[in-house]
Unconditional design. Structure first.
Length: 424
């Protein structure tokens, strides 16, 4: 397929798919497809509730159209699939969105077409799980009638510096010729260039270890924080001292959630176990990071008890619900672990987050964030997310939300060491 003959479709218009569709839509005709009619309606009106693209950027993508109708995909010959790949309640990969998207593409697939996957998966998933679906619904033969590529997403929600065009892109294809086509296509929009991997499996593996590595590094720092807290040593002070060496990695302790770091390692461990290997270090890191919500609440309860604050029935304010600062993304946020654990102690919990959608928070977690936090109200305050709004409030204004005797727990080092009662 010649690059000038590509008629492009993006299937899935979330945090990954929309920025991609917008950038390509500045260069060529693109059909943006999503099964969520409300999402399509908001994009047609020029609004992106994920805040990854501005109204100005949407307007600049003059060649981009939006639809929920699969019929509109029939004139396309290159499909980029950017749907989520979550885990289920048992920490197992849930490929349902990926399989459904593959069915959608398979039904409109024609001879010579290319399907490119960006969703994070385990090595082998594209060819072992997705290709059979494409073959079944198209009646075509892989690498004879149609072809595949894999180019893992590297979107960082809320990051306005590292965007889809300024992050180097890994590309791959099911044949050498298709690999060249996929690489050339992405080079249309990625100004910092690409890295063409030797195979689809190599590209899949590269993606899944990026976040596994980060997960393990954070797990190490979390464990160090547990040790230093027992020793009465300030973890942040230790990390600043160690960070004076040029090759010390600047990780910080905390909750590990989101659509990548808290999820991707389970894709790798699932595949490892399927081939008969038990990945001890990766799973140990996951267990430790998943336990941090409980640890935070235990520390808060201990500090409240020392101040003779009655825990049963105490009013606690949790500041932040999004999985990271300055974005509305609630996917796999581990702040919910803190909220659940506090309720086990029969605490009355208010969650305040000016970034998140109340409707989404209620739908996903049964949490209804408050719109405003009153002064002199809380027995405990947990700074859980480092939003700019919280940083600009300062220690005095945050403390004023609490009663005269209150415990302020700063998980994100937003305040100076002497401005809070507890730090992770």
């Amino acid at each position: 397929m010649k690059i000038e003959n590509i008629k492009l479709a993006i299937i899935g218009l979330g945090y990954v798919g929309l920025p991609l569709a917008v950038e390509f839509g500045k260069k060529r005709a693109v059909v943006g497809f999503d099964i969520n009619q409300r999402r399509i309606d908001e994009l047609v009106s020029g609004n992106d509730t994920t805040l990854e693209t501005s109204p100005h950027e949407l307007a600049a993508a003059r060649e981009l159209s939006f639809t929920t109708d699969p019929e509109h995909l029939k004139n396309c010959n290159c499909f980029i699939i950017t749907v989520p790949t979550p885990i289920d309640e048992y920490k197992r990969p849930d490929l349902t969105p990926l399989i459904k998207a593959s069915e959608t593409a398979g039904k409109v697939l024609k001879k010579g077409d290319i399907v490119i996957y960006e969703s994070t998966v385990y090595p082998g998933c594209t060819e072992e799980d997705c290709v059979p679906v494409l073959e079944k619904f198209s009646g075509l033969k892989f690498n004879q009638d149609f072809y595949c590529g894999y180019s893992p997403e590297r979107i960082n929600p809320g990051d306005k510096e590292h965007r889809v065009t300024t992050i180097r892109k890994v590309t791959s294809g099911s044949t050498p010729v298709v690999a060249d086509v996929v690489d050339t296509l992405y080079n249309e929009i990625v100004v910092v260039g690409t890295h063409k991997a030797e195979s689809i499996k190599v590209a899949e593996a590269a993606k899944v270890i990026e976040n596994t590595q980060r997960d393990l590094n954070i797990a190490l720092i979390n464990e160090l924080a547990l040790i230093f807290n027992k020793m009465g040593i300030d973890t942040e002070a230790v990390l600043k001292a160690a960070g004076s060496k040029w090759n010390f990695l600047p990780f910080r302790p905390g909750l590990v959630g989101g659509h990548c770091i808290g999820v991707d390692p389970y894709y790798l461990t699932h595949k490892a176990q399927a081939i008969g290997y038990h990945p001890e270090i990766i799973l140990a890191g996951r267990r430790l990071n998943d336990s941090m919500g409980g640890y935070v609440v235990a520390q808060l309860v201990k500090a409240m008890t020392k101040k003779r604050i009655h825990v049963d029935g105490a009013k606690i304010l949790v500041m932040g619900l999004a999985f990271k600062e300055n974005c509305p993304d609630l996917r796999n946020t581990r702040v919910v672990d803190i909220v659940s654990e506090l309720k086990e102690y029969n605490c009355e919990v208010d969650v305040y987050d000016p970034w998140v959608s109340n409707t989404e928070a209620q739908h996903e977690y049964g949490i209804s964030p408050i719109q405003h936090a009153n002064t002199n109200t809380y027995d405990g305050i947990i700074l859980a997310v480092a939003h700019e709004q919280f940083k600009s409030m300062g220690a005095t204004n945050i403390r004023n939300l609490g009663k005269s005797t209150c415990v302020l727990y700063d998980l994100k080092y937003l305040l100076e060491a002497n401005e809070s009662d507890l730090r992770l």
